[in-house]
Write a protein that binds this ligand. Structure first.
Ligand code: NAI
Length: 445
C-alpha cells in the first residue's frame, strides 16, 4: 500500500490536526469530524504549564462535519480507504478512532476506542484503559489500524474480566523513536493521552522511562514507570496464575492441592520463574523449558529435582498441568491430538493459534474433547492490568497489599465460578468467559 494511503494525508494537505471516526453501534451509523485545533508552531513542552487539553490552541480554527469530512477524503481519492476503516469499526463493534497530528515531528497519534460502557459512571477522568505502543512510519497504516483495533477490543475483555470500571482502548503512535528527553514530543503525547480519557502504560516502542518523564512533567494518566511504586508485574501475575491453577486442579482432580502433581512450564521469565518457585513450595514436581539455558540452570541449581527438556519438547511432555508462560500461538489444531495434559492454564497471551473468537472457541472445544481443562488466558493473566489500575487510583500510595484482595477475587473466585459453571452448562470455560464479558460490554442478547 503506498504511503499516500493514510487517514493523515488529508489532514497534512489541508492544515488540519484532528480526525474523529465514530460508530454509533445501536443506530448502526457513522459520525465523522475533521478539525484544525492547533498551530504548527505550538510549543508542546509547555503543556499543563501554559495550557490545558481544553484550551483553544489556534486563532484559525476549522471544523468539518460528517459530509464535509467525507468530501475531504473523496478529494484525495481516499473514500474507499476511509470506508474500509469504517467497516473495521463496525465489524469489531468499536466505538471510535480519533487521529491527532503533530506536524513538526510528524507524530501520528491514534486513540482506538473499543468501548466505554463500563467506565462511563466511574466518576474518574479515565473511562477507558489500554497501553500505548509505537509503530515505525514505514509500516502500512492499515496494518497499524487493524492491530490497534484488535488490541483495543482485547482490552475491553481484559478490563471486564479484571472487574475494573473501564472500557477498552489502545493508544498508538506512528513515528520515529521518541527520545526520553524530547519534551516537546512527549508534551504532545501527554496532551493526546489526557484527551483520550484513558489511563495507559508503556507497551512496545515505549519504555518505563518514557512513563517516568511523562508523569514527572505532564500527566498522571500513565502508569508503569520504572519509578512507580509497584515494580514489575511478573510476580503478581505468577501469584494470580497459581491461584487459578489451584482452582483448575480442584475441578480436574477433586483437590486444589498440588502436592505430587507434575507441572510443565514453558518459559522461566518474569512470570514463569516465580510461578515455578510457588509450585515447588506447593510440593509439585516440575518439567521446565526455556530457550535461555541460564534461566533453567539457575532454577535447577536451587532445585536439583527440576527436570528440564528442550524448548520444542515441553508441549509434548506427559504432565497433569501445563503452564505456557512464553510465546503465544502455541496451541493449534495439529498439536492438540498429541497433548498429554489434563489442565492447560498459563500466563502467555494468545496461547491459542487463532485470529478470531470463533477460531479460538473451536480450538477450546477441541481441547475439551481431548479431556483437557483449558481457560482463555485473559480470564486469569490480569495482574498487569490490575497493577496499572492500582497505580492510577492510588498514585504514589499504590501497594501490592491493596492489590491482593482484588487479585484473589479475579484469579481465584471468578476462575472457580467460571470453571464450575461452564462444566455444569456443558460448555467450555472459554465460551463462558466470552459470554460473561460480552454481556458486560454489550448487554445481553
Ligand atoms: P519474559 O520475557 O520475562 O519471559 C519469557 C520467557 O520465555 C523468557 O525467559 C524466554 O527466554 C522464554 N521463551 C521465549 N520463547 C520460548 C520458547 N519458544 N520456549 C521456551 N521458552 C521461551 O516474559 P513474561 O513477562 O514472563 O511473560 C510471559 C508471557 O506472559 C508473555 O506471553 C506475556 O505476554 C504474558 N503476560 C505477562 C504478564 C506480566 O505481568 N509480565 C501479564 C500478562 C501476560
Amino acid at each position: 500500500m503506498p504511503a499516500s494511503v493514510s487517514l493523515f494525508l488529508p489532514l497534512e494537505r489541508e492544515g488540519l490536526t484532528t480526525l474523529l471516526l465514530y460508530y454509533h453501534r445501536r443506530q448502526d451509523r457513522f459520525f465523522l469530524r475533521a478539525a484544525r485545533e492547533w498551530d504548527e508552531d505550538r510549543d508542546w513542552s509547555a503543556y499543563t504549564r501554559d495550557f490545558s487539553y481544553e484550551d483553544p490552541l489556534t486563532d484559525r480554527p476549522r471544523y468539518m462535519g460528517p459530509e464535509e469530512t467525507r468530501e475531504l477524503f473523496r478529494r484525495y481519492g481516499l473514500e474507499d480507504y476511509l470506508q474500509q476503516v469504517l467497516e473495521l469499526l463496525r465489524r469489531g463493534r468499536h466505538q471510535a478512532v480519533e487521529c491527532l497530528w503533530e506536524p513538526r515531528r510528524n507524530l501520528r497519534f491514534f486513540n482506538f476506542m473499543h468501548s466505554s460502557t463500563l467506565g462511563l459512571a466511574n466518576g474518574q477522568h479515565a473511562i477507558r484503559s489500554g497501553g500505548i505502543r509505537r509503530h515505525e512510519p514505514e509500516e502500512p497504516e492499515l496494518e497499524v489500524i487493524v492491530d490497534g483495533l484488535n488490541l483495543a477490543r482485547a482490552m475491553s475483555y481484559k478490563n471486564a474480566a479484571a472487574q475494573i470500571p473501564y472500557g477498552g482502548s489502545k493508544l498508538v503512535v506512528q513515528s520515529r523513536y521518541v527520545e526520553v528527553d524530547d519534551l516537546s514530543a512527549l508534551g504532545f503525547l501527554a496532551y493526546a493521552i489526557d484527551r483520550s480519557r484513558s489511563f495507559t502504560g508503556p507497551d512496545m516502542g515505549f519504555t518505563p522511562q518514557h512513563a517516568d518523564v511523562l508523569r514527572r512533567h505532564f500527566t498522571r494518566n500513565i502508569t508503569g514507570g520504572s519509578a512507580g511504586p509497584l515494580g514489575p508485574t511478573g510476580g503478581p501475575t505468577a501469584y494470580g496464575l497459581l491461584l487459578a491453577i489451584k482452582e483448575a486442579a480442584e475441578v480436574a482432580f477433586g483437590t486444589p492441592s498440588l502436592a505430587g502433581r507434575t507441572v510443565a512450564i514453558q518459559g522461566l521469565g518474569a512470570v514463569g520463574y516465580p510461578l515455578a518457585e510457588h509450585l515447588l513450595a506447593e510440593g509439585a514436581a516440575l518439567i521446565v523449558a526455556d530457550v535461555d539455558r541460564r534461566k533453567v540452570a539457575s532454577l535447577q541449581s536451587a532445585h536439583p529435582a527440576v527436570k528440564a527438556v528442550a524448548p520444542e519438547e515441553i508441549i509434548y511432555q506427559e504432565a497433569d498441568i501445563f503452564a505456557p508462560c512464553a510465546v503465544g500461538g502455541i496451541i493449534g489444531p495439529e498439536v492438540i491430538p498429541r497433548l498429554r495434559f489434563k489442565v492447560i492454564l498459563g500466563a502467555a497471551n494468545n496461547q491459542l493459534r487463532a485470529t478470531s473468537k470463533e477460531e479460538e472457541i473451536a480450538l477450546a472445544r477441541a481441547l475439551a474433547e481431548r479431556g483437557i481443562l483449558f481457560q482463555i488466558d485473559w480470564m486469569h493473566n490480569l495482574a498487569g492490568v490490575l497493577a496499572g489500575w492500582e497505580e492510577y487510583r492510588n498514585q504514589e500510595k499504590a501497594s501490592l497489599e491493596n492489590l491482593k484482595p482484588h487479585l484473589e477475587r479475579v484469579c481465584r473466585d471468578a476462575v472457580r465460578e467460571n470453571l464450575r459453571a461452564a462444566l455444569a452448562e456443558g460448555i467450555t470455560p472459554t465460551e463462558r468467559a466470552y459470554r460473561l464479558v460480552e454481556e458486560k460490554i454489550y448487554g445481553r442478547g
